[in-house]
Design a protein around this ligand. Structure first.
Ligand SMILES: Cc1cc2nc3c(=O)[nH]c(=O)nc-3n(C[C@H](O)[C@H](O)[C@H](O)COP(=O)(O)O)c2cc1C
Length: 226
C-alpha cells in the first residue's frame, strides 16, 4: 500500500468511526415522546387522571422522555365514514380528529398509552371511533409500527370488564404492527382501575399503581426501541 492510499484509507476509517460515535451519541440523547390518550367523553375525569398517573411514571424513567396527555373528552370524533383517502393523511371528515393527527405523526413519538372507560365491558364509542380514524396512519406507511403501546381501563366495578377493554384496544392497535406491552409485575395485562370513590380515582391505590407500572414499562420499551 503506498502512502497516499494508506492516508486515504486511515482518514476514511477515522471519519466513519467518528461518524458512528456521533450518531451513537445522537441516538442516546434522542428525545422520546409518550402520548397518553384518554378516551372518555368526560374530560378530565377518571380515565384522564389515570392516564396522567401513567405519564408521570413514564417521565420519571428518563430525562429523555417527554409526555403529553390527549384528552378526547368534549371533542367531536366520528367513527370511520368511508370515502377517506388515507394516503393523503387526512380523514375527509370535518370534526376534531384532523386537529389531533399531527401529534401522532410526530417522528419523536416513541410510545402510546391508550385508556378507555369500560362501557358495558367494551371500550367507549369514542375510543372505538378514535381507533378507527387512527387508521390513516397505516397507509402509505405504517407510521406507528414497532412502537410500544399499552392500555388501561377504568370501570365502576372491581371486575367491570377492564381487562376485556385493554385486550380490545391492544387488538385494534396490532393492526398498526405496534408492540403491545403491559405493565411491570402485578400489572402485566395493563392498568386496571376501579372508580369506587365517586370519581376520585386517586383513592384507588392499587389501580393508580397499575397505571404507574404501565407508564414505566411503556417508557422503558420506548427507550429501547427508539
Ligand atoms: C354507558 C356506560 C356503561 C358502563 N358500563 C360499565 C361496565 O360495564 N363496567 C364497569 O365497571 N363500569 C361501567 N361504567 C362505568 C364507567 O366505566 C366508570 O364510571 C368510569 O370511571 C368512567 O370513566 P370517566 O370517569 O373517565 O368518564 C359504565 C358507564 C357508562 C356511562
Amino acid at each position: 500500500m503506498d502512502r497516499r492510499t494508506f492516508v486515504r484509507t486511515t482518514v476514511a476509517a477515522g471519519a466513519t468511526a467518528a461518524g458512528l460515535s456521533v450518531s451513537a451519541e445522537a441516538a442516546e440523547n434522542k428525545r422520546v415522546k409518550i402520548i397518553g390518550v384518554a378516551c372518555s367523553p368526560r374530560k378530565g375525569k377518571t380515565t384522564a387522571v389515570s392516564i396522567l398517573a401513567a405519564l408521570d411514571a413514564a417521565k420519571a424513567v428518563s430525562p429523555r422522555i417527554d409526555v403529553e396527555l390527549v384528552d378526547l373528552g368534549g371533542l367531536d370524533i366520528a367513527g370511520w365514514q368511508g370515502g377517506a383517502k388515507p394516503a393523503d393523511g387526512m380523514s375527509a371528515v370535518n370534526d376534531d380528529f384532523d386537529m389531533l393527527l399531527p401529534k401522532f405523526q410526530d417522528p419523536a413519538l416513541g410510545g402510546l398509552i391508550i385508556g378507555s372507560p369500560s362501557y358495558f365491558r367494551t371500550m367507549s364509542a369514542l375510543c372505538k371511533a378514535f381507533l378507527e380514524r387512527l387508521s390513516v396512519l397505516r397507509s402509505p406507511k405504517l407510521l406507528l409500527a414497532d412502537k410500544p403501546v399499552g392500555a388501561l381501563s377504568v370501570g365502576a366495578y372491581r371486575n367491570g370488564g377492564q381487562e376485556l377493554v385493554i385486550e380490545q384496544i391492544l387488538m385494534a392497535m396490532l393492526c398498526h404492527e405496534v408492540f403491545a406491552v403491559g405493565g411491570k409485575p402485578s400489572a402485566h395485562q395493563g392498568a386496571t382501575l376501579w372508580n369506587a370513590h365517586a370519581d376520585d380515582i386517586m383513592k384507588d391505590e392499587f389501580g393508580i399503581e397499575s397505571a404507574r407500572k404501565l407508564g414505566a414499562r411503556v417508557a422503558e420499551a420506548a427507550l429501547k426501541l427508539a
